[in-house]
Design a protein around this ligand. Structure first.
Ligand code: FPP
Length: 271
């Protein structure tokens, strides 16, 4: 169905934007449902380079930006946040950088798991466990188990994740179901495939954000972002925070989502 977005940016003054249902002071109303926002956390390397620092420190600063973003998201009526932490293609980086990237979830969970648990955040780590150290896999399983009953906010961390690989895995799972008699080829629908993806427990993203000025999807949520809106921001990820997220949501609020249909007014205008 065609629908104009309502702004999710509660509390953010928008000049001249007060409409029916708006709170006083030019604020827009809350959206009817929590949004799913996905972010390609890009620009750590450039952030470090500009400061003549090693790239590893850019990635560590990226973890701090993630903390700020996770803290801000629930206050902006975001119910799901999916972030891209390590792609299946990132294995091709120098070994020392890969080692640093592999250490980031540990760094994050060690400092924040108690807070995430207490604040009602459900953590899921999307992606293949193959290739991760047993210690990291244990830490991921522990973070997921400790937060499994939380339902205030959903944080998906895509780590060792690739959109194409995830679709291939889902297709393989379906093929196995057919081979073993649990499904017939004609049962394969978009819903059946989607239910076998790593993101099966989350709604499709409404908005995909990529900071750092790059304008690519880089194998992130290929299937799921079929009807997502895209916002590209000219800020490097380690500098990202609540204000950038609010600004992206303001842009999103002005988008008209048609999902391949036309608006009723446009049908009338066409006669
Ligand atoms: C891309 O920037 C970023 C990454 C490959 C890593 C992103 C990871 C984080 C921000 C922290 C993640 C935290 C957890 C808990 C997993 P880049 O290195 O390609 O930057 P560049 O394009 O400027 O070189």
């Amino acid at each position: 169905m065609a629908a104009k977005n309502e702004s999710p940016s509660a509390g953010v003054p928008v000049p001249g934007a007060a409409g029916p249902g708006a709170k006083g002071g030019g604020e827009r109303p809350l959206p009817e449902r929590p949004l799913h926002v996905a972010i390609v956390m890009d620009g750590n390397g450039r952030w470090a380079k500009r400061r003549s620092l090693p790239r590893t420190l850019g990635h560590r600063a990226g973890v701090e930006a993630l903390k700020r973003t996770v803290a801000a998201a629930p206050t902006l009526n975001i119910g799901w946040l999916t972030v891209y932490g390590f792609s299946t293609e990132n294995w091709s980086r120098p070994a020392a950088e890969v080692a640093e990237l592999m250490a980031l979830p540990k760094r994050y969970f060690e400092s924040d798991i108690v807070r995430l648990e207490r604040d009602g955040v459900r953590v899921r780590v999307l992606g293949q466990r193959r290739g991760l150290s047993p210690e990291l896999v244990r830490m991921i399983e522990d973070a997921q188990a400790r937060t499994a009953k939380n339902d205030r906010f959903n944080l998906n961390i895509a780590f060792n994740y690739g959109g194409q690989a995830d679709i291939v895995e889902a297709a393989r799972a379906f093929a196995l179901d057919v081979a073993e008699g649990r499904a017939r080829p004609e049962d394969l629908t978009a819903a059946a495939l989607g239910a076998r993806l790593a993101t099966a427990d989350s709604p499709p993203p409404d908005l995909v954000i990529r900071p750092s000025g790059e304008q690519r999807l880089s194998n992130f949520l290929l299937w799921e972002s079929a009807y997502a809106e895209f916002v590209f921001q000219d800020v490097l990820w380690p500098d990202y925070g609540a204000d950038h997220l609010k600004a992206a949501l303001e842009v999103f609020a002005g988008r008209e989502r048609r999902y391949g249909a036309v608006l009723p007014d446009d049908v009338l205008a066409a006669g």
